[in-house]
Design a protein around this ligand. Structure first.
Ligand code: ADP
Ligand code: 5GP
Length: 192
């Protein structure tokens, strides 16, 4: 029996501020067929973030009710908020044959590694721990307290890097993008 090759799922993980969002946005310009799953979160929207585009922003009770209803493929508590991938976000893309990218933190990436071992896991690492602080401060979206919380978690997250199939060090954006693109294109060209 041969049907269309199943859609590929790419999990991009790594600490906050490492450049996951920047790399994914550039990657999607180079490979427009890649679709990004819109996550759900209980965190407050940042200025300019749009409901249903950047995230599905949910109240805590709604998030927990939807966890209980089995609507999440994975979910995690991170830095005082809940984040998760809705099954509906991934399933409809797989059904339409599109490759899907999940941009998620490490606990969620581990859950996907268990439930979807065929998903391609890519850990984005910083050239040094200090660069995360500089990048988070430079991004200017988080309070000093929020940055401190994210950096505490980052140390643990970095220890998990060897658990994942691929590691890309985001030292210089163009170089890291090229490496990431190479991994993704090579998987997309594999059949099955
Ligand atoms: P994440 O999505 O992992 O939290 P972002 O993509 O928001 O990280 O990047 C955090 C900040 O670091 C942004 O201001 C971004 O412009 C900057 N940045 C991303 N990649 C690099 C890089 N290779 N060198 C320097 N700054 C970077
Ligand atoms: P931020 O608040 O900066 O948007 O995201 C904080 C962290 O949550 C980032 O590491 C981001 O990758 C992660 N994240 C975003 N969406 C999800 C999700 O659906 N599931 C999980 N587990 N983490 C997510």
């Amino acid at each position: 029996m041969s049907g269309p090759a199943p859609s590929k799922v790419f999990v991009i993980t790594g600490p906050s501020g490492v450049g996951k969002g920047s790399l994914i946005s550039l990657l999607r310009h180079r490979i427009p067929e890649l679709e990004l799953s819109t996550s759900a979160t209980t965190r407050e929207p940042r200025p300019g973030e749009q409901q249903g585009v950047d995230y599905h922003f949910l109240g805590e009770q709604e998030f927990l009710d939807r966890v209980d209803a089995g609507e999440f493929l994975e979910h995690a508590a991170y830095s005082g908020n809940h984040y998760g991938t809705l099954r509906s976000e991934v399933d409809r893309r797989i059904e339409s044959g599109s490759p899907v990218v999940l941009e998620i933190e490490v606990q969620g990436a581990r859950q996907i590694a268990q439930s979807m071992p065929e998903a391609v896991q890519i850990f984005i690492a910083p050239p040094a721990l200090e660069s995360l602080k500089e990048r988070l401060e430079g991004r200017g979206t988080d309070s000093p307290e929020a940055i401190a919380r994210r950096l505490e978690v980052a140390e643990e997250e970095l220890e998990a890097r060897d658990e994942f199939h691929h590691q890309v060090v985001n030292d210089e954006l163009e170089r890291a993008l090229g490496e990431l693109e190479g991994i993704v294109r090579s998987k997309l060209s594999e059949s099955g």
